[in-house]
Design a binder for this molecule. Structure first.
Ligand code: FES
Length: 167
């Protein structure tokens, strides 16, 4: 199965710039390894994000063509799951849990503090805040993860300390 630079099953595909050859080769390699699995879309998306740090918009029509799906289907999955990114991640990715147990313990105030106190760093791409819905630390909420490392029983001051130490 080979890939063209754009997908014929997407009405907007013809308006996309041709993806760089390197991206086309990476997508093709992932499809060669995983494309035959039942329900291959999720493993393909995970593999691409593991390699590239995100799933570039330009990869969507390539994946769609390789898996005989529409670009809308692939885009729908990428945009539905918070785990998948369409843009490169910030240097420090802070995932703050906003699910019920953490909300009950102040995660909304924590979120507001984080976005406000670290707005400059966020604007410069040094830190990015993402909402997640349960990190499995409900008994020690509120919780967050910083570049995959989890922290619990947070306060705004502790969040600031952790982010300062992660620079
Ligand atoms: S609800 Fe936040 S860790 Fe479970």
């Amino acid at each position: 199965m080979t890939l063209a630079s754009t997908s014929s099953n997407s009405p907007s595909a013809s308006r996309l710039a041709a993806p760089p050859q390197a991206l086309t080769e990476i997508v093709q390699s992932v499809l060669d390894h995983l494309g035959q699995l039942p329900g291959a879309l999720m493993p393909v998306l995970h593999a691409l994000q593991n390699q590239l740090g995100h799933v570039p918009k330009e990869a969507v029509p390539l994946i769609a063509e390789g898996l005989n799906l529409s670009s809308a289907e692939v885009h729908g999955v990428v945009s539905y799951y918070h785990h998948f990114r369409s843009e490169p991640a910030a240097q420090t990715v802070v995932q703050i849990c906003r699910a019920e147990a953490c909300q009950a313990m102040g995660s909304e105030a924590l979120w507001a503090h984080a976005c406000s106190a670290h707005a400059k760093a966020a604007a410069q791409g040094q830190v990015g805040f993402e909402a997640v819905y349960c990190l499995g630390l409900c008994a020690s909420s509120p919780a967050m993860a910083v570049n995959g490392r989890v922290y619990a029983r947070l306060t705004p001051a502790r969040l600031d300390q952790i982010l300062e130490a992660s620079k």
